[in-house]
Structures are given as C-alpha cells and as structure tokens.
Design a protein around this ligand. Structure first.
Ligand code: GSH
Length: 222
C-alpha cells in the first residue's frame, strides 16, 4: 500500500509544486488520483470532505491524516520524510528567513503570477475574454517583484539563502506557466534571476520530472 494518495489534476501548477518536492526528495511511494476539474470533480462530496474549499491538491494518508494547500503539503512531506529542503529546526535564523521567503513568494509573486495565468491561460482555454486591465496591473507588480529579486539575488544563490530549499520549488510551476503565456523576459532579461532559474533547472530531479511530463504530453497529443 502506498504511503499516501495525492489528489491532483493533469497540468495543475499547485499539484506540480508537490510533485517537484517529492521528486527532489526521491520519494516515489505514493499514488496519484486525477480529478477532472472541467467536470467539477473537485467539488464532489468526496473531495469537499477532503478539502472543504473544493480544490486540489490534497494528500490523504493511511491513518486518515488529510492535508490540503500545496505549500503546507510540501512542507509536511519534507519534514516527515526528511527531504534536505529545509533548514534544521534548531537554526532559528535560517528557519525565519525561509518563512520570510515563503511569504514573499506568496504575496508578491504568486498573487500577480496566478492572475496572469488565470487571465491568459485558463480563460483562453475556456474561451472567456481576457481582462487586459487586470493583466496590465499584474504585469507591473511582477516587474517590480523581479526587479527587487534581481537585487536580492546578488547576495545569495537561492530565494531563501545560500542553498536550494522548498521555496525555490514553490516558484517553478507558476514561472513555467508564465513562460507558456509569453512572459519569458521577466526571468531572462535579469541576469541574477536568470542564473537562479538555470541553477534550479539544472537539478537532475527537477529536470527528470519536467522532461517526463513533456514527453507524456507529447505522447497524449499524438
Ligand atoms: N492555494 C491552493 C490553491 C489550489 C488551487 O487553486 N487548485 C486549483 C488547481 S491548480 C483548483 O483546484 N482549481 C479548481 C477550482 O478552484 O474549482 C494551493 O496552493 O493548493
């Protein structure tokens, strides 16, 4: 019996955050159950029981423990299975800096990035017109975010400090989604941000998972 079940949906950036964490931890003892978001399966009574907000990802464990919110799942898994993606609890300063970096990612990056992904990716897919004013505002916020990050990355190699952590993983799915929406220059026009991105993309586990996903998508299109 697998250690836990991950309720996911194909192509979900929030679920990919969890899958990347597991890939980095080299952990494969889990099963994935895909819900069809277009059919509204995330709002089924069974999924609302798992996650009252009616979303994925959700992780359920054999003992009944259930967790939703992708970043909470990532952190729990990293702690439970000792993935080397977090500072030691005894290092209170490094732990506080990780917390700070996590809040920065959620507040100043994920908010506008999700807005753009929704307007330019999800709405396009659903055939709904894009709110260009919302996109323009989110683009300005993201440019400011990457300008500040460019300065911060002069002093450190990764988002929370000198080593690769969960926070770096948190960025990857939404940055890839921004690339799909034509926003590559946000990363590639900034030297230190670009170097950080390349460091992340060179990691074998991340490379392996993303390559396998691309191959699976290409095979599904055939
Ligand atoms: N903050 C949540 C966001 C979860 C989320 O929005 N998931 C999307 C899929 S990527 C979803 O379930 N959307 C369907 C819906 O909102 O009905 C997390 O990080 O897990």
């Amino acid at each position: 019996m697998p250690a836990f079940t991950l309720y996911s949906s194909r192509g979900s950036s929030n679920a990919d955050r969890v899958r990347l964490t597991l890939a980095e931890g080299g952990f494969t003892d889990y099963e994935v159950v895909y819900l069809d978001l277009m059919k509204g399966e995330q709002k089924s009574p069974e999924n609302l029981q798992r996650n009252p907000w009616g979303k994925i990802p959700v992780a359920t464990f054999a003992d009944g423990f259930t967790l939703y919110e992708s970043r909470a799942i990532c952190k729990y898994l990293a702690k439970k299975y000792s993935f080397p993606l977090l500072p030691e609890d005894s290092d209170v300063e490094a732990t506080a800096l990780l917390e700070q970096a996590q809040l920065v990612e959620m507040t100043y990056f994920a908010e506008p990035a999700s807005k753009i992904a929704f307007e330019k990716f999800v709405k396009k897919f659903l055939g709904i017109p894009t709110d260009e004013a919302a996109v323009a505002e989110a683009s300005r916020s993201l440019a400011t975010f990457f300008d500040v990050t460019e300065r911060l990355l002069q002093e450190k190699d990764y988002m929370a400090g000198p080593t690769f952590t969960l926070v770096d993983i948190y960025y990857i799915p939404l940055i890839r989604r921004l690339f799909m929406c034509g926003y590559e220059e946000l990363v590639f026009s900034r030297k230190a941000v670009r170097a950080w991105w390349e460091r992340c993309m060179e990691r074998p586990a991340i490379q392996g998972m993303l390559k396998a996903d691309e191959e699976a998508m290409a095979a599904a299109r055939k």
